[in-house]
Design a protein around this ligand. Structure first.
Ligand SMILES: Cc1ncc(COP(=O)(O)O)c(C=O)c1O
Length: 391
């Protein structure tokens, strides 16, 4: 349950804002840190999910590494205490400038997504008189059974190097004198909930691909399974801490501990999603002919996931629960934002306690891919971040 004791404090605050439950964030990070030791899996937090400095510092203090997709993220990671050698850089479009900056930061690995990229990194590293550590991001052609916009490991996706290019990639690696081969990366998609099956398949497929590269003379030291562990958007209070253990077990299924491969993961959403809520206020309750609308002051510019992916976020009326108790009746509403786009909808036909102008609402599970994807569309202000222990 979102800590309702904050309600009094929320009531005075300008909305919308992102509220981060620091206690839950700490519990999640501590659990993951402990499991990372048990299963001997290195954790590299995917900064794109949420790059708030305070959260990054809490993760770097726990010894996690960072997974970045831009040089700015790599610089931010290094600034927030992540050891440069633990920082990885993925992304299909690394620019020359980003490659140079990342080499200056001294990152631990470029996760290379194409053969032309190998040439670019090799040339720039040579010019700087350094060797660039690289892993090949493999496109394993696995269906993660998630939304098509967050599927990344199918051949039709733009990510990684596909099987038909393996020979050419090997040849290129051998000819690039300034690249130092570190291992393989697989990342197949995000918000994966069929954890045992999909990640078990990723482990089997990873094993087979590692064998292929080793049979062709390349020693694979590091195997990185990327991120993708899903969270419960329907019932955030039922499972506030993601099931990291089932994930790790599934990944380890074909890579037993002690065999010599160093395993890595790059979770983003699973670390940070549940600790964040977007707090918003009801501006108007508007009667329609066939339905009623609750119009809130948070819009798709603050949290774009529903408009972008049709993603579900639970919406709660905090005022009704806190001020009017359990006696108020439930009603069906379309909960919508103020933006001039028909897709600015938080949910249709949502059953909520009877709602009034001024009520505070929480849009739950908003900690990941929320504030990092926010924009100033309609010239709106960016919703600030507020931490539970600072109000
Ligand atoms: C290469 C890579 N690693 C890790 C992640 C993090 O994924 P998630 O937030 O689902 O754990 C992503 C997300 O897009 C990614 O592209």
């Amino acid at each position: 349950m979102l800590d309702i004791h904050n309600f009094d404090k929320f009531a005075e605050m300008e909305t919308p804002f992102y509220f981060y439950d620091i206690g839950l964030f700490e519990r999640t990070a501590d659990k993951l840190a402990a499991l990372s030791v048990t299963y001997d899996i290195g954790v590299h937090y995917a900064i794109k999910a949420n790059s708030e400095e305070r959260l990054l510092r809490m993760l770097s203090e726990r010894g996690f590494g960072a997974d970045c997709v831009s040089a700015n993220e790599a610089v931010q990671a290094s600034k927030c205490g992540f050891a440069p050698a633990s920082i990885m850089l993925a992304g299909v479009g690394k620019t020359d400038k980003e490659i140079r900056t990342s080499l200056e930061v001294g990152i631990g690995c470029f996760n290379v997504e194409s053969i032309p990229e190998m040439d670019a990194i090799d040339g720039i590293a040579g010019g700087m008189g350094v060797k660039a550590p690289v892993a090949l991001r493999i496109n394993p052609n696995i269906d993660p059974h998630t939304h098509k916009y967050i599927t990344t490991g199918l051949e039709e996706n733009k990510f990684g190097i596909s099987r038909f290019e393996f020979d050419a990639a090997l040849e290129k690696l051998r000819s690039c004198r300034n690249l130092e081969f570190k291992g393989l990366l697989f990342h197949i998609g995000s918000q994966i909930t069929d954890v045992e099956n999909v990640f078990g398949l990723e482990s089997r497929c990873g094993r087979e691909l590692v064998s292929w590269f080793e049979e062709h003379g390349l020693k694979v030291e590091n195997v990185d399974f990327g991120g993708g562990l899903g969270v419960d958007y329907e019932d955030p209070d039922g499972s506030p801490v993601a099931d990291f253990e089932t994930w790790m077990k599934a990944l380890r299924s074909c890579f037993p501990v002690g065999e010599g491969y160093k395993l890595h993961i790059e979770p983003g959403r699973a670390i940070v999603a549940q600790c964040g809520s977007l707090i918003t206020r009801v501006v108007y309750v508007k009667k329609g002919r066939t339905k009623n609308f609750v119009i809130v002051d948070a819009g798709m510019n603050d949290l774009i996931r529903p408009a972008l992916y049709g993603a579900y976020h639970k919406v709660e009326n905090l005022s009704a629960s806190y001020l009017r108790g359990d006696d108020t009746k439930d009603c069906a509403y379309d909960v919508v934002g103020p933006i001039c786009e028909s897709s600015d909808v938080w949910g249709e036909g949502r059953i909520l306690r009877q709602t009034c102008r001024g009520d505070l609402m929480a849009i739950r599970t908003a900690g990941a891919y929320g504030r990092t994807m926010a924009s100033r569309y309609n010239m709106r202000d960016l919703a600030p971040a507020v931490y539970s222990d600072e109000i």
